[in-house]
Each structure stands twice: as C-alpha cells, then as structure tokens.
Design a protein around this ligand. Structure first.
Ligand SMILES: Nc1ncnc2c1ncn2[C@@H]1O[C@H](COP(=O)(O)OP(=O)(O)OP(=O)(O)O)[C@@H](O)[C@H]1O
Length: 254
C-alpha cells in the first residue's frame, strides 16, 4: 500500500455558529492528484484552510505525513516544510520593494536557519529553475507590485516549487492564467506527480479538467457527498447530489 500523505478524520469546522465543514473524512496517497469540487460556499476553502492550520477546527483529526496537526494549527517544522500552498487570492501591497526572484527565494529559505551567504549558488539555481519551470524567468528582476494577475500566479507557483516538497495544495490555482498558461500549468502538475512524487490536492470548478487530470475527486457540500475516481464522483447522480439536479440538466444541455 502507498504511503498516506494526508489523513483527515471526522473534521468539523465552524465559522461563527455556521458549520461550514461537517464530519469530513478522507485520505490522500503519495503521488496522487485529488480535486475538491462543489458549489460556491460549499466549504472547500474552509476545509483546505483547516488542513493547513490557518482555521481552527471544532472536532476531528488531521495527520500530515503521519504527524498530527495540533488543535492550534501547529505542525513539526520538518513536516510543515513539506507543504506548499497556493491560495485563491494573493493580496500584496504593490509598493513593497521586492523583486520576483527575491520572493521566490523566500520559498527556498523557509524554515531553515542559515547565514545569508550559505548555499547562495544552490539557492540561485533553485530560483532560476523554479521560474523556468513556470515559464517566468523573464520576470525575475521585476518588482512583484508590477505583475499582472496571471504573472503573479506563475510567480507564486514558482515560490511553491523552489524547494522539493511532498504535498501541494491549490485553491483554484489556474484562475487568471491564459489558455497556454493553463495547459502548461496542468502539464507541470502532472510532471511533479509522476516524476517527483508530489501529492496534489486542488480545489477546482473546472469539471472537465478534473475528469482529464485528476486521479480522485471529493464532492463537497459542507460534508462529503461522494468520493472516488472521476468516473464515479462526477457521475450524474453524484453531481446532482452535490450541485442539485438543475445543474446536471444544464450540463447536458451544454
Ligand atoms: N461567520 C459566518 N457565519 C455564517 N456563515 C459563514 C460565516 N463565515 C463564513 N460563512 C459561510 O461559510 C461558507 C464558507 O465557504 P468557503 O469559502 O469555504 O466556500 P468555497 O466552497 O471555497 O466557495 P467558493 O467556491 O465560492 O470559493 C460560505 O457559505 C460563507 O458564507
């Protein structure tokens, strides 16, 4: 059996008095790509933020690479370092004087104490490689405040990739990328999974993409209504339970 990278057991997350995520359980095996799908407000971002320890949970357990995430959201540093997260939105003060390569370099430095000149060659190469992988090497000396929305996404993905990790969590990551950028983005995810053994958990509204690229799907509407391969989880019955029967009729008309 493959290694379990993430295990979520009976997770409930309450926002105010509203149970946005209720009794959710699933696990991710190493080297797999899993999508979370569901309507707006279904609790997808809430679920991911609880897994990352950004939002507190009411009940349930979360294990990452076998290590428990504490109630307060802390995780052993050597495990935390194995996770990369690309959020839905990245708000940054455009006046911050930091270039693209400086930002990506922070992804390499993360959680390691070292003097600034140690490993500088290795670091420089890692930053260049990561930017080349996302086709953004030409942006390396630009201030981040001047980037377009799509370019910002590319650079943030380079920040995630600059250091080898085990788990990549994406919240509607390709939003804002053009058609070519989107195709290259999915090729890159496939490479990370196949060649480097990354495990991917991605929130998506693009069901066609999920059908083509993902190994497993979690259908969420506060609780998990179905999980399995795309054939099973994206069947008309499952979609109807997740989105409502109108949605399935609409899909058939398109
Ligand atoms: N304090 C609160 N009281 C009641 N409901 C809340 C509160 N805070 C958030 N919510 C609701 O909890 C839900 C959280 O949704 P979340 O952002 O996780 O959904 P999502 O599936 O990621 O949605 P989207 O696809 O639109 O990004 C939303 O419906 C939101 O309105």
């Amino acid at each position: 059996m493959k290694e379990v990278v993430l295990a979520v057991e009976q997770l409930t997350v309450t926002l105010g008095t509203y149970a946005a995520v209720q009794e959710v359980s699933f696990s991710l095996e190493a080297g797999t790509d899993t999508a979370i799908v569901g309507p707006n407000g279904a609790g997808k971002s809430t679920l991911v933020q609880a897994i990352l320890g950004i939002l507190p949970r009411q009940t349930g357990n979360i294990f990452i690479l076998g290590q428990p995430l504490s109630r307060k959201g802390s995780l052993a540093p050597q495990i935390r370092q194995q996770i990369a997260y690309l959020p839905q939105n990245f708000l940054v003060d455009r006046r911050i004087p930091i270039t693209v390569e400086e930002l990506v370099g922070l992804g390499w430095d993360r959680l390691r104490f070292q003097v600034p000149w140690a490993n500088s060659r290795k670091r420089r190469h890692a930053v260049r490689d990561a930017l080349a992988k996302v086709d953004a090497l030409h942006l390396r000396q630009q201030p981040i405040g001047g980037l377009s929305g799509g370019e910002t996404k590319q650079v943030l993905l380079a920040y995630c990739l600059v250091y080898p990790r085990r788990l990549l969590i994406l919240d509607e990551a390709p939003a804002g990328l053009d058609m070519r950028g989107e195709t290259e983005f999915y090729q890159l995810l496939y490479q990370l999974k196949q060649e480097e053994g990354w495990t991917i958990l991605q929130i998506s509204h693009d069901l066609n993409m999920v059908r083509r690229h993902c190994d497993r799907v979690l259908c969420l509407n506060r609780t998990i209504l179905c999980q399995g391969t795309p054939e099973v989880a994206l069947s008309p019955d499952s979609l109807s339970a997740t989105y409502g029967s109108e949605f399935v009729r609409y899909q058939h008309r398109c």
